[in-house]
Design a protein around this ligand. Sequence first.
Ligand code: XMP
Length: 324
Amino acid sequence: DWTMGAFRQEAIASIRAQVGSGRVLCGLSGGVDSAVAAVLIHEAIGERLTCVFVDHGLLRQGEAEEVVSLFRGHYNIPLVHVEAQDLFLGALTGIRDPEEKRKIIGRLFISAFEAEAKKIAADGRGAPEFLAQGTLYPDVIESVSFSGGPSVTIKSHHNVGGLPERMNMKLVEPLRELFKDEVRDLGRELGLPEAFVGRHPFPGPGLAIRCPGGITPEKLEILRQADAIYLDEIRKAGLYDEIWQAFAVLLPVQTVGVMGDGRTYEFVCALRAVTSVDGMTADFYPFGMGFLGRAATRIINEVKGVNRVVYDVTSKPPGTIEWE
Ligand code: XMP
């Protein structure tokens, strides 16, 4: 009889066996996978784990604060919060191509992480020789099937690819055998708050790929506000758990509107929601028109900078989940 409780104990034993008396570094993305991996490893080796959270300034409203308070407050896990927002936003200025954005974010992420790892290595407690990653079973399969098949990469998801080799570290991947729903069960088993465990997946490059074309701090702020309202409406309607991912996209298009006596010329916001099992294929979520109307009205009334809202009814394939 296989239970998450048993998996937890086995995983802890195998982390201890692998790591011995060594130290582990774990990058937190703000997502469920890396958080569950970190909490599990912390249970196994205690303060020989150090978590590094590189804040690229591309997270959603309140997300960075949530991660920091969860780890430092709730779990008391040592966490370095690298405030790299200006670095990332500066490097992304004027960049419009989606893959270019991913490359810049990936490269900066690695260098910020490496710089932090060097500082940690110099703290007198010995250099960490292990790097933890929240790799899941579908990630393992995907990379295998890609390497054997035709070299078609639609999006380069490997944000930290090459990091362990470069830093000469060994990988600790305690979630390698699990699917997303199992990682969530394990998170519950480890006492992570339900609201955190049940969160939708969020891409490494964050809001950068939800702001098609050039990114500015102003656009990111508009997007954050619209996205928060949309998710609030989804939660209020009791639909959050039925949906795989839901988010707003700020389009690089301005349209004419009328507000009071005046003409407006502001951005279009697209709303996206899909159901999926593993993110490989997806169907658009069939909201009722009442819901969409409510969400659109709130966004237009409450977010300065948006005067039109549209809903994306594209499934995957032929669309992808993200717009970039
Ligand atoms: P697409 O847009 O390819 O997305 O249908 C499939 C899943 O992957 C996420 N995604 C990413 N995750 N780095 C990530 O870590 C990325 O560059 C990236 N691009 C897409 C997307 O949110 C969805 O869950």
